[in-house]
Design a protein around this ligand. Sequence first.
Ligand SMILES: Cc1ncc(COP(=O)(O)O)c(C=O)c1O
Length: 358
Amino acid sequence: MTEKTPKLRAALDGVPTYKPGRPAAPGGPVAYKLSSNENPYPPLPGVLESALAAAASFNRYPDMACAGLMAELAERFDVPLSHLATGTGSVGVAQQLVQATAGPGDEVIYAWRSFEAYPIITQVAGATPVPVPLAEGDVHDLEAMLAAITDRTRLIFVCNPNNPTGTVVRRAELESFLDRVPADVLVVLDEAYLEFIRDENVPDGIDLYRTRPNVCVLRTFSKAYGLAGLRIGFAVAHEPVAAALRKTAVPFGVSQVAQDAAVASLRSEDALRERVDALVAERTRVVAALAGQGWTLPESQANFVWLPLGERSQDFAAVCERAGVVVRPFPEGVRVTIGEVEANDLFLRAAEEFRKEL
Ligand SMILES: Cc1ncc(COP(=O)(O)O)c(C=O)c1O
C-alpha cells in the first residue's frame, strides 16, 4: 500500500526559503553579526521596564486592537485610527497586504534584487511574482516597473531605501511613478529603513499616502527602534486597505510586550535620534574608508552598505568571517550592516585585505 501524505498546495513547491542572516557561531572566532541589519544598541530608555511590566501578565491575551499603540501612532503621524494596522513585524503586515490583494492569477511587482520576503509571500498567496531588475547603479527601475503592469497586477512593492542595495527613490521620480500607476493597483512603500535617510530629496511615504488612496506605507520597530526580536510593525493606508489588513491579521499576533515596548520606544524620541545619528555617522565613516580603499559602492541611505561583488561575494564573506564578522552574501553582492564601531573596524580590515588580493 502506498503511503498517503497530506495534500499540500502546489503553489508552495516553488516558494524559496527565507534565509536569515547567520549569527556569530558560539565559541568560534566570529564575534559580530552584521548580516541582518539589526540595531547594535540595547533597548531605548524605559523600554525594557515597559516590556518587563507587560511580561508579568502574559497569561492573558494581548489587546487585539493594539489600542494604546494605535492612539500613539495616530497622534504622531496625524492620521485617523482607521488608517492604521499593526502586524507581526512589517514582514507580517506585508504578507497581510498580499493576502488581501492577490491570489492565483494575480501579479505582484517588485524590484529585484530587493527584500527577499517579497517573492516568498507572493508565492505563498498563490500569486505570480513579477521581479523587475534593478537599473544601473542598483536603483529601482520605476519605468520598467510601470511597463510591467498588466490588468492582473494587484500590488507593487517599492522598497525605499532598497534592501539590500541601500539605494533610494527620490520624490520627483516616485511622484511621477505614482501618478501613472492605475488607481486600482496598490503601491506599498516599504520604509523599514526610513529613519536612516539623510537625502532630503527622499519623500516621507506618509506625505504621499495622504492624497493617494492606493498608497500604503509600511514601517517597522525592528531597525532604528531596535525591537527586531519583538516582531512589531505597522501600516498606514486608507480604507478599505487598512480594514482589509485588520481582517488578514493573525488574531492576537502582536504581543502585549511588543505593543508596550513600541509605545515606550516612541516616547524615547531624543535617545532614538542620538542613536540613529551615531549609526549614520558610522555609515559615513565606513563608506569613506571603503572609498579610500578603492571600492565603488552605490550610495546607501540605510543602516547597511552594499558591495556589488557578483561571483566573488561568497569569497568576500569568508574573508570577513575569518576577520570576526558575519556578513550577508547574495549572488549579486554582499550586504554589510553598520554595527558596533569595533565590528565595523573588523569589516573594514577584511575589506582592505580582500582588495589587496584582487
Ligand atoms: C525592506 C524590509 N522590509 C521589511 C522588513 C521586515 O522587518 P520586520 O518584519 O522585522 O519589521 C525588512 C527586514 O529586514 C526589510 O529589510
